[in-house]
Design a protein around this ligand. Structure first.
Ligand code: PLP
Length: 385
């Protein structure tokens, strides 16, 4: 019998497992509310749907250039002009199959097996799993209230001393999942400079841009042309299922990324690229959705501590509450399973985000409608009594 690769032995993405269980329960007729997965309950923007329908009527959906259509890259350059006052050459932009493919491409073009890459703990689990599957050393750097839940030069130095290896890359999300941390301009600049001075690749995950409620939203592109910026239409643009993301690359990385992307993906789906191009014009509709997340955020900030879930990190951006559940359990995985079975509310156990301390935490996504989130909290309040 053949054996499996060691690289495939990654942790499951527990949020996806919870989602699958929630879907099974929903199909069996239960009124499930999912706060487990970070996906908006709002529909795809109208303009994107219209553009996609028109393209379907036209009939032919094909491959595009490996790094995406010129129309989408130009529209994204326009986005950087209006939102950030930046002139970005569309030739530096690569369209990817969700930001998830962007991580693969970045890691493959920047690192070799055995290289060390730092990420925050707690942090988005797929970073750890993709890095591990590619044979890279994952350096999980604990982030706490002391450093406003973000990476700092000091914490990166300490992590290198502890691991005995120099870093080849640093990956930071702002706003961050699951902590909601927004890394301010000055802190981001300090990190980018620290990396530049040491020839460390700095990867900035900006997927939650557009969803900052407290603090300033800075793109790493405002600070340096050397950052590898990754973004996506999944969150602010409410287009998770269309699977479109993008990268903005230092010029010398464009051709290597293109070479790897040609063979790995051929191209991102053309229909989705057409829809995404139109979505960039959907500001007003999307800002209404952002306001509904803000209402959820304000509601949860008040209500979660009242029901016994203390909020473990700032909720400044993205759409997550990361809560300490030690008042009720030391096993957040079993707790999440029981909560789903008893009251049909799905949440993600902290172990996804933090293999060491996560048994004491849970992440609640508040990307659902106001009514759903309020109903979920009232079910939890009654259950926890
Ligand atoms: C921080 C972060 N980065 C990247 C992703 C992946 O998103 P996608 O592949 O849909 O662009 C997610 C999804 O939850 C995320 O939270």
């Amino acid at each position: 019998m053949f054996s499996l690769s060691k690289r495939s032995d990654v942790e499951p993405f527990h949020a996806m497992d919870v989602l699958a269980e929630a879907t099974r329960r929903r199909q069996a007729g239960h009124a499930v509310i999912s706060m487990a997965v970070g996906q908006p309950s709002h529909p795809t923007p109208q303009a994107a749907l219209v553009a996609a329908r028109t393209a379907l009527d036209h009939g032919r959906i094909g491959y595009t250039d490996a790094l995406g259509t010129l129309a989408l890259k130009q529209a994204l350059a326009g986005h950087y002009r209006t939102r950030h006052g930046l002139e970005i050459d569309p030739a530096r932009i690569a369209i990817t199959t969700g930001s998830s493919a962007g991580f693969n491409l970045a890691f493959l073009t920047l690192f070799d097996p055995g290289d060390s890459v730092a990420i925050a703990r707690p942090g988005y689990p797929a970073y750890r799993n993709i890095l591990a599957a590619l044979g890279l050393d994952v350096v999980e750097v604990p982030v706490t209230a002391e450093t406003h839940f973000t990476l700092t030069p000091e914490s990166l130095e300490a992590a290198q001393v502890a691991s005995g290896k120099r870093l080849k890359g640093v990956l930071l999300a702002s706003p961050a999942n699951p902590t909601g941390t927004v890394t301010g301009r000055a802190a981001l600049k300090t990190l980018a400079d620290y990396c530049a001075d040491r020839s460390i690749a700095f990867i900035s995950d900006e997927i939650y841009h557009g969803l900052t409620f407290v603090g300033e939203e800075t793109s790493a592109l405002e600070l340096t042309d050397e950052a590898i910026v990754i973004n996506s239409f999944s969150k602010y643009y409410c287009m998770t299922g269309w699977r479109i993301g993008w990268m903005v690359l230092p010029e010398r990385l464009v051709r290597p990324v293109e070479r790897v992307a040609q063979s790995l993906y051929i191209s991102a789906p053309e229909l989705s690229q057409i829809a995404a191009t139109a979505a960039l014009e959907a500001g007003v509709e999307l800002d209404t959705y952002r306001e509904s997340y803000r209402r959820n955020r304000d509601f949860l900030t008040q209500r979660l501590p009242e029901i016994g879930f203390s909020i473990a990190s700032p909720m400044d951006g993205a759409f997550y509450a990361y809560v300490d559940v030690t008042r009720f359990t030391n096993d957040s995985m079993a707790f999440a399973r029981k909560m789903l079975a008893d009251i049909n509310v799905a949440a993600t156990p902290g172990l996804d985000f933090d293999p060491i301390e996560g048994h004491r935490a849970m992440r609640l996504s508040y990307a659902g409608s106001n009514a759903e989130i309020e109903e979920a909290v009232e079910r939890m309040a009654a259950w926890l009594k």
